[in-house]
Design a protein around this ligand. Structure first.
Ligand SMILES: *Cc1c(COP(=O)(O)O)cnc(C)c1O
Length: 448
């Protein structure tokens, strides 16, 4: 009898009972505590609005994700994507857990050094690296991920001028079946550009080729796209080995795993539809493990996962400024936070919970921010209890990109508070004040 082929069991989360003939159940349970700290007492201590970050949740997310990869693949390294949230306290939590730093500008590179990341554990991505940035990164033995030919030529020239031998990788873009294609970063796989760049690096005297990188998109919902990316990068690594006898040390699949937020216009909530990290890990590691590399040759697998590790560790707390009826009769609720602090409300229908017990009566309402600008809408339509002036709310899953893309427009940016592992609270970025905002302004003499 033929032996039955072993297949690794896969566990999927199933949700049942959420939908009924009236649509999805609305969950308006008040959220009165975050990690057992009372929401109302934080608001009275730190002011409204304010961001809250849970250190415990960051560590849980990191440890869960790294375990998922390490149980599938022998050599795994995470690098924290600075632009996703570069509050120093947040970065240091990731570094304590073992994360390297992934940066995309000279400013972020400086931040990583300030956070005591050794130079050889900083990955430098992005299309904007000045000559000074490149020299510094090379001198610190950082991993320079080359984005385009102009950067490659600059680096070759700088190596000669300054006697440098940097460790480099190239960034590769490709068709992963997701459209529109992300082809503006790096060298293209299909048209041979990536291979051409790799040969130039190998033939250059001073550059050490150590890795191959891609970052195929963000909030990617297709594990298969990562399988395609892993196959293409493996193919490049394999060709480099066959043709030049050099085995690259790592393959870097970038970031882009989704958080469980709900994208605007999605029919079902993100918690039900977003693939789990296990599914992405399976897709990636299955391809590399079966590609044909010997155990010794297997490249290290680097991931630069950002939003999936931090989004659900962040909350925005805010207060109702006023309610009103619009000309068409719709209820409108005006909050003390808007697009300025919640940039991701452009993409997500954030879950928003009342912070106190309200009436059981609910109504569909539009939720506006405080800005004098028509696009300042937090939620176009949300079913909530009849909130009144002074009521408070908790916005969920705001840890990624809001604290870096926020705008200082009309209002000043609020406090960010970290709840540590023992449930103590710490300000990790102070609310801005007029003095801070005006510190860099100059008034010409004739206007004084
Ligand atoms: C933004 C970025 C990341 C992180 O992306 P997420 O979607 O937040 O996971 C990783 N690598 C690079 C190169 C990036 O630009």
């Amino acid at each position: 009898m033929e032996k039955i082929r072993y297949e690794r069991p896969v566990i999927f989360k199933m949700n049942t009972g959420l939908m009924n003939k009236f649509g999805t159940k609305t969950n308006n349970e008040p959220v009165t505590h975050i990690e057992s700290v009372p929401v109302k007492s934080m608001l009275s201590q730190y002011g409204s609005p304010m961001f809250v970050i849970s250190e415990k949740q960051i560590r849980r997310n990191y440890q869960n994700a790294i375990r998922i990869f390490k149980t599938r693949y022998p050599k795994v390294q995470f690098a924290w994507s600075y632009k996703t949230n570069y509050m120093n306290a947040v970065c240091r939590i990731f570094h304590q857990e073992g994360s390297w730093a992934e940066v995309v500008s000279g400013f972020e590179y400086e931040k990583a050094l300030y956070n005591n990341v050794p130079g050889n554990k900083i990955i430098f991505n992005g299309p904007d690296k000045s000559d000074e940035d490149l020299i510094k990164a090379a001198q610190n033995n950082s991993l320079i991920h080359i984005d385009h030919y102009d950067e490659l030529y600059s680096l070759i020239r700088l190596c000669e001028e300054h006697k440098l031998k940097p460790r480099v990788a190239i960034r590769v873009n490709m068709d992963t079946g997701i459209y529109p294609k992300w082809d503006r970063f790096g060298f293209n796989f299909e048209n041979g550009q990536a291979w051409n760049a790799l040969t130039r690096i190998i033939n250059s005297e001073n550059l050490q080729l150590v890795g191959i990188h891609c970052h195929i998109g963000t909030f990617m919902l297709s594990p298969n796209a990562y399988a395609v990316a892993a196959r293409n990068l493996s193919e490049l690594a394999w060709s480099v080995k066959e043709r030049f006898g050099i085995m690259v040390q790592y393959i870097d699949l970038g970031g882009g795993f989704p958080s469980t937020n709900t994208l605007k216009g999605a029919y079902l909530p993100g918690t039900d539809t977003v693939p789990s990290i296990d599914q992405f890990a399976d897709a990636i590691t299955d391809v590399i493990l079966t590609y044909g590399f010997t155990q010794d040759e297997l490249p290290m697998l680097i991931l630069e996962t950002g939003r999936a590790l931090i989004d659900d560790a962040g909350y925005l707390l805010g207060t109702v400024l006023a309610t009103k009826r619009l000309s068409d009769g719709r209820r409108a609720t005006i909050m003390d936070f808007g697009l300025n602090s919640l940039f991701t409300s452009l993409w997500y229908d954030h879950k928003i919970s009342p912070a106190q017990k309200n009436t059981n009566q609910t109504e569909d309402m539009v939720m506006f921010g405080p800005l004098c600008m028509n696009i300042d809408v937090v939620r176009e339509s949300i079913n909530m209890p009849m909130l009144q002036k002074g009521d408070q709310v908790v916005v969920h899953k705001v840890g990624a990109y809001n604290m870096t893309q926020w705008m200082q427009f009309i209002t000043m940016r609020p406090n960010i508070v970290l709840i540590d592992n023992d449930n103590n609270t710490h300000i990790i970025r102070k609310a801005e004040n007029l003095e801070y905002i005006q510190a860099l302004e100059e008034i010409p003499i004739h206007l004084k």
